[in-house]
Design a protein around this ligand. Structure first.
Ligand code: URA
Length: 210
């Protein structure tokens, strides 16, 4: 079974609380999300492999360790996942970006793909799939399934701001190999699939569409 990593750093928790408040403007919601995603990217990349390289300081030759950021792919589930990208790129500016678009079929309530674009050579990259809200878990599970089928990355992690217990259970059952990184696990979903207490519709709050 995969591990759920709760990122409980005080800075993360503080900013998340500010974002949850209904009074937060689009501007401040976005700014907080940017800052939070930088902090969360710092945690999620903690176990990235390092390579030893030889360098010259102004005084002598020595060895140092570097990451290969280009071997990382951030995979955004449209549209709210895009809100994570700029903040994460602050710490891994060389990362490549992929996008997966899914909508929910009103008849079957199942996710249907409308967009899929990945960087080349995904089989050489570690992927971090991002979506701020892990609610029912159906989109996340479908996005990870598509990524595995079509692109076979070396590894996959999933990062969100908030998770519902139902979403965690769905994603873990479908993909026991995919660790989940979240800033909070909230109480439950309501009848419309919104996370309680949550922060509302993440896409609307990021893009100012409501
Ligand atoms: N998507 C959102 O944006 N918010 C929720 O609470 C659940 C899904």
């Amino acid at each position: 079974m995969s591990t759920v990593h709760l990122i409980d750093h005080p800075l993360v928790q503080h900013k998340l609380t500010l974002m949850r408040r209904k009074e937060a403007s689009t501007n401040s919601f976005r700014r907080m999300l940017d800052e939070l995603s930088t902090l969360m990217a710092y945690e999620i990349t903690r176990d990235m492999p390092l390579q030893e390289v030889t360098i010259d300081t102004p005084l002598e030759t020595t060895t140092g360790k570097v990451i290969d950021g280009k071997k990382l792919a951030l995979v955004s589930i449209l549209r709210a996942g895009n809100g994570f990208l700029d903040g994460m790129l602050n710490v891994v500016p060389g990362a490549r970006i992929g996008h997966i678009g899914l909508f929910r079929d009103p008849q079957t309530l199942q996710p249907v793909e409308y967009y899929y674009k990945m960087p080349e050579k995904m089989c050489e990259r570690d992927a971090i799939v991002v979506d701020p809200m892990l609610a029912t878990g159906n989109s996340a599970a479908a996005a990870v399934a598509l990524l595995k089928q079509r692109s076979q990355p070396k590894s996959i992690k999933f990062m969100c701001l908030l998770a519902a217990p139902e979403g965690v259970a769905t994603l873990q059952a479908a993909h026991p190999d995919v660790d989940i990184y979240t800033a909070a696990i909230d109480r439950q979903l309501n009848d419309h699939g919104y996370i309680l207490p949550g922060l509302g519709d993440a896409g609307d709050r990021i893009f100012g569409t409501k």
